[in-house]
Design a protein around this ligand. Structure first.
Ligand code: ZN
Length: 277
């Protein structure tokens, strides 16, 4: 961290005044932070006229000049945003990434064909995942991503983002979201404004599945629902009910799995809820 911080300072000192203002912070203008945790959603204000690129994506500013990027669970330090100014100057902004601990979580008692699926089921899972991935690619002009997010249901966090999970003794992919324990049928509220991009019941692993596009590549997915109250294309406002908690798909009890992504990058909803900048 210290080395990255010094590098950033050295870079800032070498820059002309106009560029230094990018990292100036006041109540209306937020530059990119110097350091964030793995799994963070990062929102920053671009200087007027500047263009930004990160992780293969050209960042499109909102009318207010905001851009957003996601930092993955396994992101290494530093991550670099490239800024281009109207006069052709290019500036690289390094963001130091602090590592997190990823505890092992053992989940036992799920049906074995959800852990080691036979070929026919594996093919079905692949088809359903492709629908989820396609919905995640949505890149609309919505600005819900910049709101202060609210909890979709109230409850105990029963599974954290990023946990290394072992199902019935078999290591599987890290946990892609956070689990909130809640009673079957508890209404699920949209954590921020958006548009529904997927609403389907009966997926093999994820059960009743709803996805909301919050704009600029940021999406929420809600899994294991017992009821779905929305359809693709519905415009959703923060707090609207989109469905109800259940335990459909691969689940051992009623809970809401809430995942968030920036395009393909999975981010931690808990960090989005806690975000203060
Ligand atoms: Zn989960």
């Amino acid at each position: 961290m210290r080395r990255a911080g010094l590098a950033l300072l050295a870079a800032a000192m070498a820059l002309p005044l106009a560029a230094v203002q990018i990292v100036a912070r006041d109540s209306t203008q937020r530059g990119f932070p110097s350091e964030v945790q793995q799994g963070s959603l990062v929102i920053a204000t671009l200087p007027a006229g500047a263009q930004a690129r990160f992780d293969g994506h050209d960042l499109r500013p909102t009318p207010a000049g905001l851009v957003v990027i996601g930092i993955g669970r396994d992101a290494s330090s530093p991550q670099t945003v490239e800024l281009r100014f109207p006069d052709g100057r290019v500036q690289k902004v390094d963001i130091a990434i602090s590592k997190r601990d990823w505890p092992i979580q053992r989940v036992n008692g799920v049906p074995d064909d959800t852990v080691n699926p036979p070929p026919a089921i594996a093919a079905r899972i692949a088809r359903e995942n492709a629908e989820i991935v396609a919905a995640r690619r949505s890149d609309s002009d919505g600005t819900g991503f910049a709101q202060a997010f609210i909890w979709p249901v109230q409850g105990r966090v029963s599974g954290r983002f990023g946990n290394q999970r072992i199902f019935n003794g078999t290591p599987k992919a890290p946990h892609s979201g956070m689990d909130i324990a809640a009673k079957q049928g508890t209404p699920i509220h949209a954590p921020a404004d958006g548009v529904v991009t997927l609403a389907k019941s009966g997926f093999f692993l994820t059960g009743g599945t709803v996805m909301i596009d919050h704009g600029h590549g940021v999406s929420s997915n809600f899994l294991h629902l017992s009821r779905i109250d929305v359809k693709p294309g519905d415009v959703i406002h923060q707090g609207d009910v989109v469905g109800a908690v259940g335990m459909t798909g691969r689940a051992t009890g009623p809970h809401l799995h809430w995942g968030m992504t920036w395009f393909e990058t999975k981010i931690d909803p808990l960090l989005v809820l806690e975000r203060t900048r």
